[in-house]
Write a protein of this length. Structure first.
Length: 170
């Protein structure tokens, strides 16, 4: 997700933003995954980011840094406005991808504010918007509200800062 250059480090403990996920078949059932990288988000546990800049042969080298780095694009990305995340609902999907969903995500740990959102060390879904009732039921394992886009519309507008990580996520 392109959310622009770093602006400042955020002092808030948690930030709420918007992002898209893949819904992927796993041996444990349907799970959320990154739209760009291979890897699943596990229910009940915050996902922890790692810098993957060395995987991009075209990226300039940067010094060793904490995730997210101010001079690097690493970390979990979230947009301020859901419209900025909508383009990630389409794209090339890996085998096992069932669909993509839009949702709100709680970012925590070290958080860097960007021109259009944030990047953070840790993330966990806060609310998911899913068209298919069977997929919505399967994603209830994350313990967050899963709303049908047919029944209710997401509250489009600016993100708010608030808590929301599951107890087991530090």
């Amino acid at each position: 997700m392109e959310i622009g250059a770093a602006v400042r480090e955020v002092r808030a403990a948690r930030v709420l933003g918007w992002r898209a996920w893949t819904v992927t078949e796993s041996r444990d059932g349907l799970r959320l995954g990154s739209v760009i990288y291979v890897g699943l988000w596990l229910p009940g546990r915050a996902a922890i980011a790692a810098c993957r800049r060395d995987e991009n042969p075209f990226a300039d080298a940067v010094a060793l840094h904490h995730v997210p780095g101010a001079d690097c694009g690493c970390g979990f990305h979230a947009a301020r406005d859901p419209v900025d995340a909508l383009s990630y609902l389409r794209g090339r999907d890996e085998p096992g991808t069932v669909c993509r969903v839009l949702g709100e995500v709680v970012l925590s740990g070290q958080v860097v504010e960007t021109e259009a959102g944030w990047r953070a060390t840790a993330a966990y879904p806060a609310r998911l918007y899913v068209d298919d009732p069977a997929i919505a039921e399967a994603l209830a394992t994350y313990g967050v509200p899963v709303l049908s886009a047919r029944a209710s519309r997401p509250p489009f507008g600016h993100a708010r800062q608030r808590g929301g990580l599951p107890r087991s996520a530090g």
